[in-house]
Design a protein around this ligand. Structure first.
Ligand code: NDP
Length: 322
């Protein structure tokens, strides 16, 4: 495994980490999660990602049970949560967003569900137009001062919103955000490569990127239809199927994904491994958060770390063209 600094912070995260969106509680129970964490830890993974909004808080409960059963030393891994969407199906106004009240209570609830004393990383899952950024920065700073959070960050905030948080924190001697969690993959690049470009040096922003396989599509699994036991075949994820496969844009993407297959074949690796390794070519990516519904997928995807060295200039050029 490779380890990368989270931006300019001193925290070193494994280049490949593991997340729980859709999977934990829906496809993965605590027993399977424990086996998956074992696979991760054996491979050197040290960061596990979660959020209050994943399966209404239940993904955190599953993760907490699995981590407890695994009994890995607490100082050997990092765990995250995210606040914004709330952990209930129908959250009340005080149970969502980025107010001081909800940021604080969501942190306490995540600590209890995950069975930990502190969150290593805590993200604002989306920007909140109804809360002044100053209030959220103060709430995060206070949680850090109380030892309940070590690093705070944002997810899918614009460069302008991240800048506002930094500037307010800096000018008031508060703790600025250390990282952003954006989508980044072969098919979705602009924000990480262009919009955030000025932030990496100026503010030392780290990135924990999500959906490296665009919800599995970059594995090529949807090129010949939708397997019944796959993410976009799940009840409740029809919107994702429409977006990724059924829409005109989805179909255009499928054609581009087709072009990934011969490049992977020529390198003797799987399309999923190649797509994940491509994300790691970007030095501004601190960690790529993997998703998996089974151990075999996780093992395959963790192999991406060895694929990095195989991507020569020609393969890189072909990938860029996709
Ligand atoms: P991916 O794009 O890698 O998708 C993962 C899914 O693809 C798996 O659950 C599995 O679904 C399928 N898959 C994975 N590997 C393979 C393989 N080798 N062959 C075939 N199918 C495969 O990542 P995610 O979208 O899951 O995102 C990763 C993590 O990022 C999340 O768990 C979460 O922690 C975080 N995230 C954060 C967001 C944010 O807003 N901050 C948003 C989304 C995710 P299946 O088997 O069911 O088809």
């Amino acid at each position: 495994m490779q380890y990368r600094r989270l931006g300019h912070s001193g925290l070193k995260l494994s280049a490949l980490s593991f997340g729980s969106w859709v999977t934990f509680d829906k496809q993965v129970d605590a027993g399977l999660a424990e086996r998956m964490f074992g696979t991760c830890i054996d491979a050197g993974v040290n960061f596990f990602d979660n959020a209050e909004g994943y399966e209404a808080g239940n993904a955190e409960i599953v993760m907490g049970k699995a981590l407890r059963a695994l009994a890995a030393p607490r100082d050997s891994y990092c765990v995250s949560s995210k606040v914004f969407f709330g952990s209930r199906e129908d959250p009340k106004p005080t149970q969502q967003g980025l107010s001081r009240k909800h940021v604080t209570e969501a942190c306490h609830q995540a600590l209890s569900r995950l069975q930990v004393d502190y969150l290593d990383l805590y993200f604002c899952h989306r920007p909140d137009p109804d809360t002044p950024v100053e209030e959220t920065v103060w709430a995060m700073h206070n949680l850090i001062m109380q030892g309940k959070v070590l690093y705070w960050g944002t997810s899918e905030w614009s460069a302008e919103q991240i800048t506002a948080a930094f500037e307010f924190a800096r000018s008031n001697h508060l703790t600025p955000p250390s990282m952003e969690q954006p989508q980044y993959n072969l098919l979705y690049r602009e924000r990480v490569e262009e919009e955030y470009a000025p932030l990496y040096e100026k503010y030392g922003l780290g990135t924990t990127i999500w959906s490296p396989l665009a919800s599995g599509t970059l594995s090529g699994k949807y090129l010949n239809g939708v397997p019944i036991d796959s993410r976009i075949g799940l009840p409740g994820y029809e919107w994702l199927r429409e977006m990724l496969v059924d829409s005109e844009r989805g179909q255009a993407r499928m054609q581009r994904i087709q072009a990934l297959l011969p490049i992977a074949e020529s390198l003797g690796v799987s399309p999923a491994q190649l797509a994940i390794a491509w994300c790691l070519l970007n030095p501004n990516v601190s960690t790529v958060i993997l998703g998996a519904s089974r151990v075999a997928q996780l093992e395959e995807n963790l192999g991406a770390i060895t694929v990095l060295d195989l991507i020569d200039d020609e393969a890189r050029r072909q990938l860029e063209a996709i």
